[in-house]
Design a protein around this ligand. Sequence first.
Ligand SMILES: [Cu+2]
Length: 172
Amino acid sequence: MGNGGLILGIFIVMAVAAMTVMLFLGNYRSREPLPQQVVASRGYALRRYWFWLVLIVAITVFMVTIPFFPYPSVRASARAEHFTVIAQQYNFSLPAVVPLNRPVIFDVTSKDVNHGFGIYGPNGAIVSQVQAMPGYINHLPLTFTIPGHYLVRCLEYCGIAHAGMQGGFDVR
Ligand SMILES: [Cu+2]
């Protein structure tokens, strides 16, 4: 809820900046029009450097940020505890308790049609979600860092009673 004002503020600042640039460019005129030859050679020279600059910046950003990617490490997944989740019209078969601060993997499948396995934290915000599909097991790795009761909701329309399809488990 507190983030809404911040996001709106960032949006307004960026919108005003973009409009300022547009207005400047719209009103920009050079006093003497330059010959096409001059404009083209300047543009091509700029374009050559621009390509290498973008490439170097992109590779650098990639190398620096890749360790912070929010996927669990392979090592964490190897020692994770597995929990089976079976969805069917209109309920979930779930573990009662899931451990806190330890990597877990939900092995998610369905007995009938496609369902969505959506996990909501004690604060009501969605934590993660994956599809529950018949004849297939989706693996959802997670590490819970906040104890409490987590609600599970079906996130894919699966039949007449879909809206009431809920479950839950405790993290402790
Ligand atoms: Cu559903």
